[in-house]
Design a protein around this ligand. Structure first.
Ligand code: MG
Length: 365
């Protein structure tokens, strides 16, 4: 199976409500879609969201990396030589993790189709269903309490609550959310780098004193401040999960070695795809750590690839794959079935994506 042609598109899907974190506000998902065509007629699909504030990958940068480096690296290559091909993708250009992820997932998709096996089974096959949390955007305490109530009414039992915008409000926000949903709902929080280490400890102890029973705190301090992250991990009453501090397998190993966080959040768009994500998973196993799998604001092609990975291994114990349920529409055909918190992986060969509904893709020529 030879790679014959690669087509690029943009795909726009509106969100149900604006997505707001300490870093940004977004109203719709507008991603780059990659279609890899082979000489045998199969198509592999990939998707890359431009998440400039986290990965540095803008739409123009993603398209540029694809056209100038990644597409030339795979054209004419045999899909059967998967590992060297995946390594070639990683080496073709530095950084540009989202563009690499889009190509990497399309190659796994094709390889699974070539050998008639779903990717999650090829990579371990730990399970076929998972349950995701849902994100509560950062707003006024009252608004967040209302959003939390709505989420629980939709069946979610784990909330990921965004904090860090005007930190003096954070404990009040969580009190309002906890009061709205009761004791049985699991609450994890994400500060998206907004706190200083000392401020983080102050806020987390305040929250502990208010009996908020938080499951974990995600990336409390700036990504580059590994010493600060370790300081929070050692002193916080709440377990710490590193997100923006972990892009590569090397980052993950450094964090595990220093015990700078209790867990790491794997996102395909940060690490450049499944090939590197699997190395993070292996490192976590070696150090006896667990992983979360997360996504950016993404539609279903790329989140589906994350579902395949999550179903491959039980080292991924926490699932934050709410991208598709935050969207108002789902134009992607095939792949995992998202029914609010329940996600059922697709058992078709490869990733199971069959294309995108008419009218959502705009080809880039
Ligand atoms: Mg995060």
């Amino acid at each position: 199976m030879k790679i014959r042609k690669v087509r690029l598109y943009t795909m726009e899907v509106p969100l149900r409500v604006p997505f707001k974190t300490a870093l940004r506000r977004v109203d719709s998902v507008r991603d780059v879609v990659v279609e890899v065509d082979t000489d045998t007629g199969e198509k592999g699909w990939g998707e890359a969201p431009p998440t400039g504030v986290i990965t540095g990958d803008t739409t123009g940068a993603i398209v540029g990396a694809l056209r100038d480096h990644l597409i030339p690296a795979i054209l004419g290559e045999e899909v059967e030589n998967l590992e060297p091909l995946l390594q070639k993708v990683q080496r073709a250009v530095v950084h540009n993790s989202s563009a690499k992820a889009a190509v990497d997932m399309a190659l796994y998709d094709l390889y699974g189709q070539r050998f008639q096996i779903p990717v999650y089974r090829m990579l371990g096959g730990a399970r076929s269903r998972i349950e995701t949390d849902i994100t509560i955007s950062v707003n006024s305490p009252e608004e967040m309490a209302e959003d939390a109530r709505t989420a629980v009414a939709r069946g979610y039992d784990t909330l990921k609550v965004k904090v860090g915008v005007d930190p003096s409000l954070d404990t009040r926000r969580l009190l309002a959310v906890r009061k709205a949903v009761g004791e049985d709902v699991r609450i994890r929080i994400d500060a998206n780098q907004a706190w200083t280490p000392k401020q983080a400890l102050r806020i987390l102890s305040d929250m502990e004193q208010e009996n908020l029973h938080l499951e974990l705190v995600e990336q409390p301090v700036p990504a580059a401040d590994l010493a600060g992250l370790k300081y929070v991990t050692e002193n916080s009453p709440v377990p710490v999960l590193a997100d923006e501090a972990v892009f590569s397998p090397q980052d993950a190993v450094r964090i595990f070695q220093k015990h700078a966080a209790d867990m790491v959040n794997i996102k395909l768009m940060k690490c450049g795809g499944l090939y590197n994500a699997l190395q993070i998973v292996s490192a976590a196993k070696v150090y006896g750590c667990e992983c979360m799998i997360g996504c950016m604001l993404e539609a279903k092609i790329s989140v589906n690839a994350a579902v395949e990975l999550a179903c491959a291994t039980d080292t991924i114990t926490r699932i934050d794959l709410d991208g598709p349920v935050l969207c108002r529409e789902d134009p992607v055909l095939g792949g995992a079935v998202f029914a609010e918190k329940d996600i059922q992986v697709c058992d078709d060969p490869g990733m199971g994506i069959r294309g995108v509904e008419e009218g959502y893709l705009k080809e880039l020529r």
